[in-house]
Write a protein that binds this ligand. Structure first.
Ligand code: T1G
Length: 707
């Protein structure tokens, strides 16, 4: 045993406590230490049974993911875990698992090797391995169907979603729910079953179904995985492994699982998804603001503007249980705004996301107002009015007068300068950007925009608040378009150029969708409204460098009133259900405009489409990193996964570039620079990293050390 495992006794029941904070991951040495404790309790004649329990806030959250990157095919987590599971299952005395918090991955696999499982009603159990691009690798795909049946096991292993202890009890995975003191309840249960034969999960088969039933189950699961987890390898591997459990004896099933596990573990998809797992946690860390920095309590908020964004943001706060004032200029506007909110909630109830009771409670937290009278009580305001600097400055001057000292004044602007907005107040240290993504009540990303004078307390508060709001907060600097939109510009520029040079609209979108993006760049423009970018381009026309090529097709479409879905016509034409269809008129128009502009037409491959769009992201991302508007390359990755539909299994644009290899990316960008000119000038950072044989991931590590 070692300091990670304590063995104690409650009279004739041994208690094995796992203590490896923060989440009792099965780090090196821990499985062996648990195994030693099992042997010791078996050797103790006074002991009749054992309880295994986790110290701290959770049971075992699985294998230690930090170790994965160091592994070779011979030494995977299975290697240390399997012997432990057999020691537990073959124990001469019953071993009972007492679960609180989470029993995930290897943690649930260990629990299922136990003879009985009890849990706190608030606990969760699951096999989330597919979210890391792998499958359960320690018998989970073999033991789970034996305990919960084939259908549920396929769902849990292929989708990776946890189930509540209550549902697990109903499924027979948990033998007893323990209210109150879990350890006491577990010891009492252990005392009851001591002396009974210890049921071995691997010997059970009553829930493994028949071949006919299972064929249909697996076919349906594969269809669903191909649709809902498009491009992902692990979900299909998980289904194969559970199928093996229904067709092979236990040991052979475990070997089939092991083969599939190893194939997944050493795949690029898994490396990318593990990068994402740690990235989603890394982005919360601010180089110059300590984790324990003081934060401002946010118990009451206000939102200015009840349009699509304002209404969605009000819902976000209400959903988190925070009362929110929603202000607009007149009754009519407020009525429309509240109407949209009610409609959104109604569709959430229809889709089973919320209960009617939950929705009524939330609606009671949203108070529509017509003036700033009650703003003196709020801790934070989010402004979400029309995207115009003059109007925003007026609103912030009003907020400066109406709000109490110490209140946070945030803007939901997606492009305008936070510093200029802050200059309209006497308290620029209280001003910050909180850039939500549409629909705000759905999209997980929150770009938190740091102005020159934004206070550290204000930043720390918004970063922490984002977690409470169910968002992933990423801190970015105050450059034009911040990080996400600044990179999206070149990405969509290239998409337009490709159409102007001869590619079909649908070919451009198809290439990026096959790359893994949720939607193509042109269809995304139609969804967001082509006029949004058009207005911004017009506002910044004076900043365009003379002689540098600019895309024209989208502006011309907008001049014709083709704004996209909202006008039923954009790059595509739309039916009343907003289903897109190719519009030959657009191809003909663009051909004509391109000829008038003297742009030679040519065949363009899908590979070129992907290179130009994705490498435009990478090149601009490298500039942003170099200029310090993003803390880390991984921050950019997390922004693109959660705000722009970039495929998680590619890890994000910067990780993807590392996976392809920066020398190859740099070489391709140099070729494009050669051919297309200044817009493709390689970012100095990309050149430097390539020449020094480094990656963006290594750049992040160096930044963290230097910070
Ligand atoms: N390994 C290593 N570190 C982990 C970890 C793990 N399994 N889980 C969490 N951490 C770190 C995390 O990076 C963070 O670190 C801190 O713990 C707190 O986490 C054989 C092979 C359990 C629900 O996929 O889902 O078992 O940032 O911020 O919000 O078949 O963590 O503070 O430095 O997320 O309360 C399967 C992963 C592994 C579960 C807690 N298990 N973890 O959430 O805290 S594969 C998982 C989670 C496996 C077997 C296979 C969540 C959580 P830092 P946190 P939280």
């Amino acid at each position: 045993m070692n300091e990670l495992v304590k063995l104690s006794r409650e009279d004739d029941v041994a208690v094995i406590t796992i203590d490896n904070p923060p989440v009792n991951a099965l780090s090196p040495g821990l499985p062996e230490a648990i195994g030693a404790a099992i042997d010791e309790m078996n050797a103790d004649p006074a002991v009749k049974a054992a309880v295994v329990i986790g110290a701290g806030r959770t049971f075992v959250a699985g294998a230690d993911i930090r170790e994965f990157g160091k592994m070779t095919s011979g030494a995977t987590p299975r290697r240390s875990l399997l012997p432990l599971l057999l020691r537990i299952e073959n124990s001469g005395k019953p071993v009972l698992m007492a679960i609180h918090g989470t029993a995930f991955g290897g943690g649930l696999e260990m629990a299922m090797a136990g003879h009985y499982r009890v849990a706190s009603p608030t606990a969760q159990v699951g096999q989330p391995e597919v979210k890391l691009g792998i499958i359960p690798g320690a018998g989970g795909t073999q033991r789970l169907p034996r305990l919960v049946g084939v259908t549920k096991a396929v769902e849990m292993c292929a989708e990776g979603k946890p189930v509540s202890a209550r549902e697990a009890a109903a499924l027979g995975l948990i033998d007893r729910l323990i209210d109150g003191d879990l350890l006491a309840g577990a010891v009492a249960f252990a005392r009851k079953i001591a002396g009974n034969p210890a049921p071995k999960t691997r010997e059970r088969s009553e829930k493994l179904g028949t071949a006919t039933e299972n064929t249909a189950i697996f076919a349906a699961a594969r269809d669903a995985a191909r649709k809902r987890q498009r491009g992902l390898v692990a979900p299909l591997a998980a289904i194969d492994a559970v199928e093996a459990a229904t067709q092979l004896p236990f040991e052979e099933g475990c070997q089939a699982e092991a083969k599939l596990f190893n194939e997944c573990l050493f795949s690029d998809q898994s490396k990318a998804l593990i990068h994402v797992f740690f990235g989603e946690r890394e982005v919360a860390k601010i180089h110059d603001i300590p984790k324990e920095a003081a934060v401002i309590p946010v118990n009451r908020v206000a939102v200015v503007g009840s349009g699509t964004m304002g209404g969605g943001i009000a819902m976000v706060f209400a959903n988190a249980g925070i009362p929110v004032l929603l202000k607009d200029v007149d009754e009519a506007a407020l009525e429309v705004g509240m109407g949209k909110i009610r409609k959104n909630y109604a569709s959430s109830v229809q889709r089973g996301r919320f209960t009617q009771e939950f929705v009524e409670e939330r609606l009671r937290l949203i108070t529509p107002v017509l003036n700033y009278d009650a703003f003196s009580d709020v801790d934070m305001v989010v402004e979400a009015v029309f995207e115009g600097m003059a109007l925003k400055k007026t609103v912030f001057a009003d907020l400066d007068r109406a709000c109490k000292p110490g209140a946070i004044l945030a803007s939901n602007t997606s492009t305008l300068s936070i510093d200029e907005i802050a200059s309209a107040t006497s308290r620029p240290e209280a001003v910050i950007g909180t850039h939500f993504f549409s629909p705000a009540n759905v999209m997980r990303l929150l770009e938190i925009v740091r102005g020159k004078k934004s206070g550290k307390e204000v930043i720390a508060t918004c970063m922490q608040l984002s977690k409470k709001l169910g968002k992933i907060g990423v801190l970015v600097g105050n450059c034009r378009g911040f990080v996400g939109n600044r990179m999206f510009g070149p990405y969509r520029r290239e998409a337009q150029f490709l159409v102007e040079e001869g590619a079909e609209v649908e070919a451009v979108d198809k290439a990026l969708v096959e790359f893994g993006n949720a939607m193509g760049p042109l269809a995304t423009g139609d969804l967001a409204g082509l006029d949004v970018g058009w207005r911004i381009r017009k506002e910044y026309r004076h900043l365009e460098k003379p002689g540098v090529r600019q895309p024209f097709a989208e502006d011309r479409l907008c001049e014709m009133g083709r704004y996209g879905q909202k006008t039923m016509k954009g790059w595509y034409r739309y039916d009343e259900n907003r289903r897109a269809d190719t519009d030959p008129e657009v191809s003909a128009l663009v051909r004509k405009w391109s000829e008038e502009a003297g742009i030679p037409q040519r065949q363009i491959s899908a590979a070129e489409i992907v290179d130009r769009c994705i490498y435009a992201l990478v090149n601009e991302g490298a500039r942003i990193l170099e200029e310090g508007y993003a803390q880390r390359a991984v921050d950019i990755d997390i922004i693109y996964l959660n705000g722009y539909g970039f495929p998680a299994y590619r890890g994000g644009p910067m990780w993807h570039a590392d996976t392809v290899g920066l020398p190859r990316v740099y070489e391709r960008i140099c070729e494009l620079h050669e051919r297309h000119g200044e817009l493709w000038a390689p970012a100095p950072l990309l050149k430097r990293l390539t020449e020094s044989g480094k990656t963006f991931a290594e750049f992040d590590k160096e930044q963290a050390v230097a910070a």
